[in-house]
Design a protein around this ligand. Structure first.
Ligand code: MD3
Ligand code: FE
Length: 214
C-alpha cells in the first residue's frame, strides 16, 4: 500500500506566519489550467512587457483575467477594469482557476476567498522580478494565492522591510503558495530564471497570482 505523505513530505509546509506552501497542490489540474489560459485568456489578452513608472521595461511578461487587471505605466501602478492593449475588459476569470484558488486558500486556513483579479506572469530564461511588496490591493486582509507552472524558479521572500535578508525557496510546477496574515506585506521577488525545457509549458515558467483587489 502506498503512503505518499511519508515519502513526499507534508502537503502543507509553513513558511512564515500566515504563509504556507502546498507542494504539488495544482499538479493534477495543471494541464487543464494551462489549456484554459491558452484558450480563454491569451487570445483576448496576450502577454506584454509593462513599463515601470521609473521607465524600465519589465523582463517578465504579464497579462490578467478577472474583473480588474494589474497594470503599470509611466503614471504608476493600478488595478484597471480595462486592458490598455485592447481597450476592452479583461477576459473573465475561468471557473477552473477560481475554484483552484479558493480550494488552496481554504486548505491554508482562509475559507471564503473570492479573488477578483488574477495576474499571470510569464518568465523565460533570465527573466526576474526584483524585490517588491504587493500593496495596490484595497483589502490587505485577504491572502494572495500563487500557482507555479512550468520551469522551476527560486523565489525570494524577505520581511516587512526591504533590507530584511530574503530566504530562498524553490517553486516547482504545480506548487501553490498562500500568503496571508502578517506575511501579506512581505517583500518578495524571483531570481533570474534558469534555462530549461518543461514537458507541458516548454521553455518558460508561468505564475498565476489570485488577488482580492477591489
Ligand atoms: C508574498 N509574483 O506577481 S508569486 C507578483 O512568481 C509576484 O511571479 C511572483 O510577486 C512570481 O506580484 C511571486 C508569490 C507571491 C505573490 C504575492 C505575494 C508571494 C507573495 C504577496 C505578498 C507576499
Ligand atoms: Fe508580488
Amino acid at each position: 500500500m502506498t503512503q505518499p505523505e511519508l515519502f513526499d513530505g507534508p502537503a502543507l509546509l509553513p513558511l512564515a506566519p500566515g504563509a504556507c506552501v502546498l507542494r504539488g497542490f495544482a499538479a493534477a489540474d495543471a494541464p487543464a489550467l494551462w489549456a484554459c489560459l491558452q484558450a480563454e485568456v491569451l487570445p483576448q489578452a496576450p502577454w506584454r512587457h509593462l513599463v515601470t513608472p521609473g521607465g524600465y521595461t519589465m523582463s517578465v511578461a504579464m497579462t490578467n483575467c478577472g474583473r480588474v487587471g494589474w497594470v503599470s505605466d509611466s503614471s504608476g501602478y493600478r488595478y484597471d477594469p480595462v486592458d490598455p492593449l485592447s481597450g476592452q475588459s479583461w477576459p473573465g476569470m475561468p471557473p477552473a482557476l477560481l475554484q483552484l484558488a479558493a480550494q488552496a486558500a481554504a486548505a491554508a486556513g482562509f475559507p471564503g476567498f473570492v479573488p477578483d483579479a488574477c495576474l499571470v506572469n510569464h518568465y523565460v530564461a533570465g527573466s526576474r522580478l526584483s524585490l517588491h511588496q504587493d500593496r495596490d490591493e484595497r483589502d490587505h486582509q485577504a491572502p494572495i494565492v500563487s500557482v507555479s507552472l512550468g520551469l522551476p524558479a527560486t523565489f525570494l521572500f524577505g520581511g516587512l522591510r526591504r533590507t530584511d535578508r530574503p530566504q530562498r525557496l524553490r517553486l516547482d510546477h504545480g506548487d501553490v503558495v498562500v500568503w496571508g496574515g502578517p506575511s501579506r506585506l512581505a517583500y518578495h521577488g524571483v531570481a533570474p530564471l534558469a534555462a530549461g525545457e518543461h514537458a507541458l509549458l516548454g521553455a518558460c515558467r508561468v505564475n498565476l497570482t489570485f488577488r482580492k483587489a477591489l
